[in-house]
Design a protein around this ligand. Structure first.
Ligand code: TPP
Ligand code: MG
Length: 598
């Protein structure tokens, strides 16, 4: 039998090294599914419960593997379901290729069933590259470019296939007018700023007395260079959310996360520095940078598209982070006065003491911070950790202590609910021999996580290390929203919107043949992590935790916050009168980013 377009598409994906495609079927891609059968499921079709999960799994795969992810869906509704996951890829700069079906060419433009204008639908999210394949000879070039552009720009791209095109006989482009032959692969250049620019950067850093570094995901793989620079300059380093795994938190000069989800030590670092070196980060919240006239600053970023924003940088160095840092190192002078470095290290040590105190403060029934604290103490050095949006993101950012080769991620920029579990699934396909751990709110579980446990149960036996652990922060509340309402609006919890129906998450996991553990005492948290980490299968930890522990901003003490919380709770019951008298101001004291005069 001759090769169809779909057969060729799968063969080309194999040639690009693709091992899994995260997808969900439908008749827009029937021709592709038939080809998959003929190809004996190579690359493997990984079936989710919902196309958005397929997209998140592709994003998770890409984030944790360092290569690109591929997802597939049918025309119309399937394609639409992919969108949120693809936006997550776009906003966090992750390479993902989406393959979607379309109605047959003979029906296009006829307002046919499931016909949606897919070129327009994907035009924004896949703005770097979205194309429709209408004749077979287009194909190798379309696919090769979709992959190259996704990887080169760290962005999602999309290919649309009318269903009948997938079933056509494949004919390669020839040596002819208006045919576009193509080729596989590419090498990535290492861009370094020129010598004069490096010299200027070094001069600026040498002139400073109190150097702070801000590192983001663009600095991944540069721990050695950052350490050398921190030692030479007596500097400290704060980490943006997506760069949390760039430097381990075991280093005494690493201040942890920055911003609303940040630590006291990062806050002090930014407030006290006279020089800022930003590497591979576009951390958006200006108010957490040094004051505008406080520091001289230099930024390193791989792309001029993303450089120079957020702070009035004196120098914007476009270059590969590792190569640029390496070029800087020989020009940097060791700072003999180590007092700033000592200050940074003292603040770091204070922060971790504060963190522990907060985590071990009693709450009813369990303090959610404790869940992450106990995990930090037991975290395998090769773990891959994801967090969902919601209160878990606060505890992940601030309290999870990264060390060894631990990798971590979350929806940093779109901050969408729902990727915690599918990211962990994507991570397991990237590294089946490493444990994956997801921190997920009960709202996110009800939205996506419960259904995706069916996917976990379906596939876990294929992973050489079967451990995929989901810790559910069971608070019967969309708690992050409840706290945002209190802080930003001065409004009490609106139960109709935020209270969640109670579900036995662990029982659901057990019903699927997974390990499910209900945890309702603080002393049970540590042993529950241990049971999950020593299990021969995936585990869901259903942990009852206190919705009255607020996301604490850098400088509030736990005791202050506890006092505030009880006032706020009283206000909730008081249906608003008490709120107007002062809760707003009180909460604002503890949650920065709100205006005094709101
Ligand atoms: C798709 C989506 N819908 C809504 C939101 C707004 N939102 C952010 S956090 C959150 C609540 C999360 O609740 P849950 O998962 O239970 O976590 P908790 O904060 O209670 O720990 C909501 C609704 C969002 N970020 N994404
Ligand atoms: Mg919740």
């Amino acid at each position: 039998m001759s090769q169809t377009v779909a057969d060729f598409l799968l063969a080309r994906l194999r040639e690009w090294g693709v091992r899994q495609v995260f997808g969900f079927p439908g008749d827009g891609i029937n021709g592709l599914l038939a080809a998959w059968g003929r190809a004996e499921n190579d690359p493997q079709f990984v079936q989710s419960r919902h196309e958005e999960m397929s997209a998140f799994e592709a994003v998770g795969y890409a984030k944790f593997s360092g290569t690109f992810g591929v997802c597939a869906a049918t025309s119309g509704p399937g394609a639409i379901h992919l969108l949120n996951g693809l936006y997550d890829a776009k906003l966090d700069h992750v390479p993902v290729v989406a393959i979607v079906g379309q109605t047959a060419r003979s029906a296009m433009g006829g307002s046919y069933q499931q016909e949606v204008d897919l070129l327009s639908l994907f035009k924004d999210v896949c703005s770097d590259y979205v194309q429709m394949c209408t004749v077979p000879a287009q194909l190798p070039n379309l696919l090769d470019r979709a992959i190259r552009i996704a990887v080169d720009r760290s962005a999602p791209t999309c290919l649309i296939f009318p269903s009948d095109v997938l079933e056509l006989e494949y004919t390669p482009p020839g040596h002819a007018f208006k045919e576009v032959p193509s080729s596989l692969g590419f090498t990535t250049p290492t861009i370094t700023p020129d010598d004069a620019a490096i010299r200027q950067g070094a001069d600026l850093l040498n002139a400073g007395e109190k150097v702070a570094m801000l590192v983001g995901q663009g600095a991944r793989g540069c721990a050695e260079e950052l350490t050398e620079i921190a030692d030479l300059l007596g500097a400290g380093a704060a980490k943006a959310l997506l760069g949390k795994d760039v430097l381990p938190d075991t280093l005494p000069w690493v201040t942890g996360s920055i911003g609303l989800l940040g630590t006291t030590a990062s806050d002090e670092l930014m407030k006290g520095c006279d020089t800022l070196l930003t590497v591979g980060s576009n951390f958006p919240y200006t108010q957490f940078y040094p004051a505008l006239d406080q520091a001289r600053a230099v930024q390193i970023d791989r792309s001029a598209t993303w450089i120079g924003m957020r702070y009035p940088y004196e120098l914007n160095l476009v270059g590969d982070a590792k190569a640029t840092l390496r070029a800087l190192i020989p020009l940097l002078q060791r700072k003999e006065d180590r007092s700033w470095r000592q200050e940074v290290e003292d603040d770091v040590s204070d922060w971790w003491q504060t963190a522990e105190r907060r985590a071990l403060t009693d709450a009813d029934p369990i303090n959610p911070i404790r869940i992450v604290h106990e995990l930090s103490e037991r975290l395998p050095a090769n773990a891959m950790v994801s967090s969902d949006s919601g209160s878990a993101a606060n505890w992940y950012a601030r309290h999870l202590k990264m060390r060894g080769d631990v990798r971590g991620s979350l929806s940093g920029t779109l901050a969408t609910m729902g990727p915690g579990v599918p990211y962990a699934i994507g991570a397991k396909w990237a590294h089946p021999d490493r444990p994956a751990i997801a921190l997920v709110g009960d709202g996110a579980m009800q939205m996506n996580g419960l259904a995706e446990h069916i996917t976990i149960a379906k596939y876990y036996r294929q992973w050489s290390d079967p451990r995929l652990i989901v810790a559910v922060l069971h608070n019967d509340d969309l708690n992050q929203v409840t706290w945002e309402m209190r802080a930003m609006e001065g409004a009490p919890k609106f139960a109709e919107s935020q209270s969640l129906p109670d579900v036995d998450y662990a029982a659901f996991a057990r019903s699927l043949g997974l390990q499910g553990i209900n945890v309702d005492t603080a002393d049970g948290v540590g042993p529950a992590w241990e049971a999950a980490l020593s299990a021969d299968r995936p585990t869901l930890l259903d942990i009852r935790c206190d919705p009255d522990v607020p996301p604490i901003p850098p400088h509030a003490t736990f005791e202050q916050v506890k006092a505030t919380v009880s006032s706020v709770l009283h206000g909730d019951e008081d249906s608003g009168g008490f709120i107007r008298q002062g809760i707003k101001q009180k909460v604002q004291q503890y949650l920065p980013g709100t205006k005094e005069d709101d």
